[in-house]
Write a protein of this length. Sequence first.
Length: 312
Amino acid sequence: MTKGEIEQTQIDLEQAQSVLAENVASEYKNGGDQILEVILGSSDFDDLISRVFYIDKVSEAQAEAIEEVRTLQDQLVEQQQNEQEMIDDLQSRVDAAAENQESAQALVSSLSAEVRAQLEAEAAENAALAAGIQSAEDAEDENSLRDQTVENANDSHEEEADDQPATPSNPGNSGQDDENQDSGNQSGGGSSSVGGSALSIALGQIGMPYVYGGESVAEGGFDCSGLVYYAYTQLGYTSIPRTAGAQAAWVQQNGRWTTNISELQYGDLVFYSGHVAFYVGNGQVYGAWRKGRPAGYGGIYECGQPYGGGNV
């Protein structure tokens, strides 16, 4: 039932009541005492309608008018009741929908919080486990490599002592022997003691942070080629270039170079694409790695496939 239909019924009822009122007024004027008694004896308008309906002087037209008023009144009441029922039903549905939405939102919020908390707990547990494993591995590798470094250094010093030339028996040949010794060092790419000495200097910076472009202690850290540059300049090799690629070319031009990883010696420089480190033996290298990882030891293949190495 639309609001327009209810309004139309209201209009029809008012018109029917107006017609009935005119008829009653006319009967009052022409009907004498009986009509007056009917009017005065009525308790209200409905009672008046009932009395007028049954008096003998009410015409058939008046009876129809009265019946129309009754019908319209009943129809209007029914329409209004139906409208109110529809309003109440719609309001109930709106309230129920709002309640369901609030319940659903509360459920989603609780689930999201629970899932988020679970994921955070799992992430923290995994991080702690990984950190523990890594710390244990690093400690084991560092101890092993430190022992190996000491052993290699001792071997290197022994070799240096063995390689020292004996005092010539013929003083006349001493100049020639010195010349041969210098020539041998130059053609052989230099003694392994150069790499060992440079590595010893670099090992003094173990644990220093990775700093891009860093090449001195004053800068608070080193990058990979910066640590090599620092170690060699401390030994007086001021001609060493600053970048990894240029350092590789420098070694090839001035010293011993190999592309066979198995031929690398203790203290040799190991070159990768965009990276350089010191070889310490047993498939391990030492150097400045990357941001967040300080100077230290690692596997020779951690930065990819080396393309060569050597020393001056």
